[in-house]
Write a protein that binds this ligand. Structure first.
Ligand code: NI
Length: 186
């Protein structure tokens, strides 16, 4: 397994849509393994393929209940609304309040290619909505008010030079310290 580079805001791949996975092959499973490794190394709770420069419609999540791989995920039911602070591994250290469904039902394939249905609420629901957005080129900052978005972008403008070529390379130290903090970035 390998820790992959994370693409950050400004990389055009984050704004592209993804391609549904036609067949869950060993290559897809290898990518899932690398994405879990990368997500845990970055202390994230979710990661979608475009964030590691890939176009497969897949994402990984672990909100503390164990690893969840979702292939071709689709929200089939959403209920309630709730606002909460949200961050993204592709826009590190920038947070904002986003209103999302309180609970969602998601249909997907698992790593074996079997259909699964996942019901989630609270953080799991938020994570699934955030990652599915990534698979369609949407980012959490798109939901912020104009004013909040502008101040988030000003903060990002001061940081983005830390990520040449829109690539975030996790240092050996960050990888070694994995799990020590949970930023709850997605
Ligand atoms: Ni994200």
């Amino acid at each position: 397994m390998s820790v992959l580079e994370i693409r950050v805001l400004g990389d055009p791949i984050l704004r592209d849509t993804t391609n549904p996975v036609a067949q869950v092959t060993d290559d897809v499973r290898r990518l899932l393994d690398d994405m879990f490794e990368t997500m845990y190394a970055a202390n994230g709770v979710g990661l979608a393929a475009p964030q590691v420069g890939r176009r497969e419609r897949i994402c990984v999540i672990d909100v503390g209940d164990g690893p969840l791989a979702l292939i071709n995920p689709q929200v089939t039911l959403s209920q309630g609304r709730v606002r909460a602070e949200e961050g993204c591994l592709s826009i590190p250290e920038i947070f904002g309040e986003v209103e999302r469904a309180l609970s969602v039902t998601v249909d997907a394939l698992d790593a074996q290619g079997e259909p699964i249905t996942v019901h989630g609420s609270e953080l799991l629901a938020r994570a699934m909505q955030h990652e599915i957005d990534h698979l369609h080129g949407k980012l959490f900052i798109d939901y912020l008010s104009m004013l909040k978005r502008r101040s988030a972008m000003a903060a990002w403008d001061r940081m983005k030079s830390d990520f040449p070529g829109f690539r975030r390379v996790l240092s050996a130290q960050e990888v070694a310290e994995r799990g020590s903090i949970r930023d709850e970035e997605l």
